[in-house]
Structures are given as structure tokens and as C-alpha cells.
Design a protein around this ligand. Sequence first.
Ligand code: GAP
Length: 449
Amino acid sequence: MTDASLMEKIISLCKRRGFIFQGSEIYGGLAGTWDLGHLGGELGNNIKQSWWKKFVSDREDMYGVRAAILMRSEVWEASGHVAGFADPMVECPKCQQRFRADQIETVDGSQYCPEDKSVLGAPRQFNMMFKTQVGAAEDSSATAYLRPETAQGIFVNFKSTLDAYHPKLPFGMAQIGKAFRNEITPRDFVFRSREFEQMEIEYFIKETDWEKYFEHFRVEMTDWMNSVGIDMDKVSELEVSAEDLAHYSKRTIDFEFEYPFGKKELFGLAYRGNFDLTNHKLDYFDEESGERFVPHVIEPSFGVERALLALLLSAYTEDEQNGSASAEGSSETKETRVYLKLKPSIAPTICAVSPLLKNKPELVEKARGVFTLLKKEFGRVAWDDNGNIGKRYRRQDEIGTPWCIVIDFDTLGENPDLLDTVTIRDRDTGTQERVKSSELVSHIKSKLG
Ligand code: GAP
């Protein structure tokens, strides 16, 4: 499979099966915006919940925050974003299209339009923040910005958090939420969007401890990627060179992922020094030493959509199985099967429940009972009685459902030895086992670990 065809397959699966749709699609789409359908939303929520559990709930030194997205212009002046959050932009004099200068090759000192080959104009800086007006006034005092990073929503709540909880250094603040960037060229599906979600931590420390905590979060980030099922063979670390560091960073490692369109940033880990707290005129009083000082900051930063895309790419698998016209084992023909090998903890649906035939009320009634029981226990359980069993398996494979449970005539006692047992089929191997209905919950729990 070529890289381009893999990307096409992922995009098509996401649309067909209801993971990701183009934003404002029925009006022709809004570039750089994406809407999550039910399954994409479930996958996104599972990613966020697993992140929050590891980095916030399971720790004693983290404080969550949910800051406003609209923030005063003073925040962005102090953070350096008004002056420095810009990409170099070039414009085509003929077709008027704009491109990021650093993504266009320079040949003999000139850059050429990818569309019509005209010589592009000189690069100029384009600020990527979305500016808006708050309230009825239209003067500059009403200017506000949609945050381009969730990090500043954390810094502006540093004082309130100190006052409310009196945490001792080292401690962290964490936030999951939307960020907005007016990217010059949004591209590569959800990889570079204008509206996306971040999961960020600002971890406040004494300056002398920065290397220790930088290393701590480097390991924790790797652990988390592994735990959700990102293919670690496709992840590598890039030490960002001094000239490429963001304006606030003293050291950054990019975790890069081998996407089909190239090796690109997945997540970042930065040592922000005391840049932000100093600029916001915030500090910390250490009761033990009686000293007042400005803490330094380690920042692990994750993009939800990049995690989602990396997970889909890691999970996408094709193999050969029996044809879908009938249930497995009863067909001679082989066909290519597509499945998402997602971890059960992350998969949008843990299991699907089906009656063998949907026009047999006694099967449907029994299956509804099993479905209700599992739904109450696990939540992410689907009812699927569409098409024949083979087709149901293919559909559930394609959306990454780890187990399909079928209620058949043996469940009803056609074979008395199998009364009240159901089949449970494994997505990855296609094998089936029979389990007593009364033991299904504990059986699935043990599989979930
Ligand atoms: N607070 C630090 C910060 O925002 P960043 O490297 O600009 O650093 C952090 O962004 C993460 O946010 C990236 O590693 C990536 O996962 C995600 N991200 C950044 N820009 C994005 C975009 N245009 N579309 C989707 N995700 C993006």
C-alpha cells in the first residue's frame, strides 16, 4: 500500500463510518475545520479521558483548569504572541493564493507558485491569532483573541490556583480545550487545522530542577503514547535546534510520528524557563525558605487531533478472511478485510450485540437482554442487527470494535448443552468462543484487564 493510498483509505473510512467530517460541509466546507461524528467523538473522548487520568487524576500534584477561550489582548501582548506568533507568508501575484514561505522550495533565489508557477512575492510575517471584538464597543479596548494555545489559560490562573489550593512546588496545572490558529495552509486532513484541541500541562518547578522534570515528562509522555496504542516504531524524538525554538522556549523536544505525508510533529515537550510567569508579573512565595521567586516551567503539550490521526494510522490493518456474504467459516472465497486494531480501552465501541436473525422475536428478545446488561455495565456497547452476520462483523471490524457477541438458536436451547451461552468473536483473530451469558460481564472485564 502506498502512503498516499493509506491516507485516502483513512480519510474515506473516517467519513463513511462517521468518525470525521469536513466542517460546514453542506455549504462547501470551511478549510481547516473538522467535525467529529459519533465514533470520532467517542475516540476523542477516550483519548482525553485516558490522558486526564494519567496526568491529573492519578497524581497528587496536578490541578485542572477550564479557562475561557476568549482572552484579553493584554494576555497575548505579555505572552509574546501579538509580536511573535507569526509564520512567513508569500503571495502569488497572479492567482492571489497565499502559502507558507518555509514550505515552498527556493530555486535560484526565487520561490514559485505551486499552482501557476508565477514568481511569488517577498515573504512577510502573518500573525496566526484570530482577533475579535467583545461587546458593542468597536475601539481597541474591545479587542480579544481566541487562544492559540491552552497554555496561557493556565498561566493566567496561576495566582488564583495558588490562592485557592496553596500548592507547594513542584506542582502542575493541566487543561484540555480548544485552540485556534489561522494557519496559512491548513493541510493533511486533521493534522494542521485552524481549530483543534490541546491537552497541556504547565509544571512549575525550581530552576535547578528543570532537567530532572524534563526527563520525567519525556518518559511519562512516551508511556502514555504506548498505553493508548500509538505505534512506537513510528515515533521518534527530535531535539529542536536553537534557531527553530519558539520564542518562549529554552529547550524543546518534538515527538515526531511517521505520517504517510512525512515525519511530522505529534506532540512537544518544552522547557519554558520563567518566561511566561515573568511577563505576566506572577511569582511564588516559598514558605520553607521564606523566599519569593518566579518558578520555571516544563510544558508537555499534546494535540488531540494529531493523537487521533496517529492512532487511526497505527490501528489500520488489512488482512485476508473469508468472504462477507456469509458468516465466517461458511464461505470458500477470501476477501480483503479492513480492521482498526484499536486497544479496547480506546475503541469507540467495546462490543456489539446481535441476534443471529432479526426477524426471529425470541432471538431478538434474548439479545436485547444481553445488550441491556452490557450497556449498563460498559456504556460503549452497540446494537447491530443490520445485514447478515458476516456484514456486521466487517462493519464492526472497520470501526475497531474488539468483540462481537451473537445470540443464536443454541442460546435458546436448540442444543441443550449450550443453553444460555453466546458466541463472542475476536476482531483481530476472527475466532469465536462460547461463553455463558451469566459470565459475559466478568469475561469482558477480564479481557479489558
Ligand atoms: N503551548 C505550546 C504549544 O502550543 P505547539 O507545538 O505550537 O506548542 C502543541 O502545539 C501541540 O498542539 C502540537 O504538538 C500538536 O500536537 C498540536 N497542534 C499545533 N498546531 C496544530 C494545528 N494547526 N492543528 C492540529 N494540531 C496542532
